[in-house]
Design a protein around this ligand. Structure first.
Ligand SMILES: Nc1ncnc2c1ncn2[C@@H]1O[C@H](COP(=O)(O)OP(=O)(O)OP(=O)(O)O)[C@@H](O)[C@H]1O
Length: 257
């Protein structure tokens, strides 16, 4: 349990959380702390509970027991997904969900304006502040050259970057990113890593990932958390985790590298 003095830099507190689905304990006494400005990578074999962990933070699933707090003692367990999102927690799912027939620019405009609705947004002339904001987002995700291209015509990697840009348009404090490198070429994967590292200067980020080359790239000297059977098996720098016998047994030993 964290003491008050240790909490000053804490952004997310997950303590002793459990979640059972139909008698199966998907998350079991999970404790996890994230500091402000951290870029944390979470790995673990299939079924370890990574998606459920994100579901619990974002309010998609509710814990049976335990505490989940954001910022300075804001209890997330009593809030719904919308309220948690409004607090500043954004999630990017593995499969990009962009408006295929609308341009990259329009997709970013839609995210910037929130729940106004597609029709209202696209019939309203963006303000110069909105244009500046979108230009900055396009630079961040390196899609300036694609601003007028319909999102459906983008390459897989570009769609993922656009969706990250759409998430950033809401200016979240905490970004939860699910397997961003899945299905990407090596070059796209490396660019995604660079992008996440640059975002970590302003945001706190948790990335769930299977691709170990990518995990090594983004983890640098930061912490990697290994989940197994719904709980934290170990935590440490990439090389420490990689050398841990328990990790080798449950994860790397199964042929994932
Ligand atoms: N809504 C649900 N109902 C029943 N069982 C569930 C539900 N959600 C998750 N589970 C179970 O909980 C366990 C953890 O699932 P979860 O999807 O969180 O793992 P994961 O680490 O994300 O796996 P993967 O790497 O394959 O995506 C799995 O055994 C899964 O079948």
């Amino acid at each position: 349990m964290k003491l008050a003095a240790e909490k000053t830099n804490l952004l997310l507190l997950v303590e002793d959380v459990s979640k059972t689905f139909d008698g199966f304990k998907a998350i079991s006494n999970l404790t996890f702390y994230l500091d402000r400005g951290e870029l944390r990578t979470v790995i673990g074999p299939n079924g370890a509970g990574k998606s459920t962990f994100f579901d619990l933070i974002t309010g998609r699933a509710k814990p049976d027991t335990g505490r989940i707090e954001f910022g300075w003692n804001t209890d997330l367990t009593g809030m719904n997904e919308y309220q948690i999102n409004r607090l500043g927690i954004g999630r990017k799912f593995q499969t990009p969900s962009v408006y295929a027939e609308h341009t990259v620019f329009e997709n970013l405009l839609l995210s910037l304006q929130g729940p106004r609705g597609v029709f209202a947004t696209l019939w309203h002339r963006p303000t110069s502040t909105e244009r500046d904001r979108i230009d900055a987002l396009l630079r961040t995700v390196r899609l300036e050259a694609k601003r007028a291209v319909p999102a459906g015509r983008l390459a897989h990697g570009e769609k993922q970057w656009l969706e990250l840009g759409m998430l950033l348009a809401q200016d979240p404090q905490l970004l939860l990113v699910d397997e961003p490198a899945a299905g990407m070429t090596d070059d796209e994967t490396a660019r995604t890593g660079d992008l996440l590292i640059s975002l970590a200067e302003k945001h706190s980020i948790i990335v769930v990932e299977h691709d170990m080359t990518f995990v090594r790239q983004i983890a640098r000297d930061g912490k990697v958390t290994v989940l197994h059977q719904g709980t934290v098996l170990c935590e440490g720098r990439f090389d420490e985790v990689q050398a841990d016998e328990r990790v080798r047994e449950v994860y790397l030993g199964r042929g994932k590298h």
